[in-house]
Design a protein around this ligand. Structure first.
Ligand code: F6R
Length: 253
């Protein structure tokens, strides 16, 4: 695992975007796994800049997102801060600004009528696309990757997962409080890629920034490999893993 520490969030984001751009340039029809949350927003901003100023071309790129809230769908008639879906997040923070084709975008369908069957289909879609070349990952305050909450098996695949209390608290503070959405109205379940699904990606980039992540980053990268911290699965990963941190997130390594 290659751990890269950058001075600040902007430099961390620029480094990650540079690696993604390099893949797109060398394999224009690559398959990229995207994450949502606060961490990758700077990376997406830099990708948008590269698209607009340097002509970075997403026209053949296929995308698969890690997760989506169950029971939640994109609703463009609502203002962005009241649409809780990850589909909306990706639309606003990246997809609407670049030339990725709609039919190449895959985000779990939070409104599916048959989640169990749907999760199998999502796995099939990834296989049909030839597998994920590069998976972008954040890390949750409880050490989760995607929504693989503590206790999730390392052999888990795409499925419905109940959100842990810490994730609900983190999400409330980061997004819902500002939007005036109460804790009761927050989604409590999500469709998430499993740890085994993630470990099959050919390369991964994990990002973390800020002092709030320092303890959990140290646990995941240097602590015991345990399903209590599902991101510690990175230590079992067989492909090329790059961890890009800002100084604050790297402070406890
Ligand atoms: C999002 C996801 C989550 C986040 C994690 C960190 O698609 O899968 O695992 O990466 O919760 O979230 P932020 O970046 O908001 O700290």
């Amino acid at each position: 695992m290659n751990i890269i520490v950058r001075e600040n969030y902007y430099e961390m984001s620029k480094h990650a975007a540079g690696m993604i751009a390099e893949l797109i340039r060398s394999k224009p029809d690559c398959v990229i796994g995207f994450a949502t949350g606060g961490t990758p927003i700077g990376t997406y901003k830099e990708l948008i800049r590269m698209h607009k100023e340097e002509g970075l071309d997403f026209s053949e790129v296929k995308t698969f997102n890690l997760d989506e809230y169950l029971g939640v769908g994109i609703d463009l008639s609502k203002p962005y801060n009241l649409d809780q879906s990850y589909a909306r997040f990706m639309h606003e923070e990246l997809f609407k600004h670049i030339n990725v084709r709609k039919e190449n975008i895959h985000i779990p369908d939070g409104l599916t009528k048959d989640p169990e069957e749907y999760c199998k289909l999502y796995e099939d879609e990834i296989k049909k696309a030839g597998g994920i070349d590069l998976q972008i990952l954040g890390i949750g305050g409880d050490g989760h990757w995607a929504f693989n909450e503590p206790g999730s098996s390392f052999t888990s695949r795409t499925r419905v997962e109940a959100l842990a209390q810490q994730t609900l608290d983190d999400n409330y503070e980061a997004f819902y409080k500002k939007a005036g959405i109460s804790r009761e109205q927050m989604p409590r379940y999500a469709i998430t890629m499993g740890i085994a699904t993630i470990l099959e990606a050919r390369t991964i980039i994990m990002l973390a920034n800020g002092s709030k992540k320092a303890d959990i980053v140290a646990k995941a990268l240097k602590g015991p490999v345990t399903t209590d911290v599902t991101a510690s699965a990175i230590q079992l990963y067989k492909g090329k893993a790059t961890v890009i941190l800002d100084k604050e997130a790297a402070a406890k390594l």
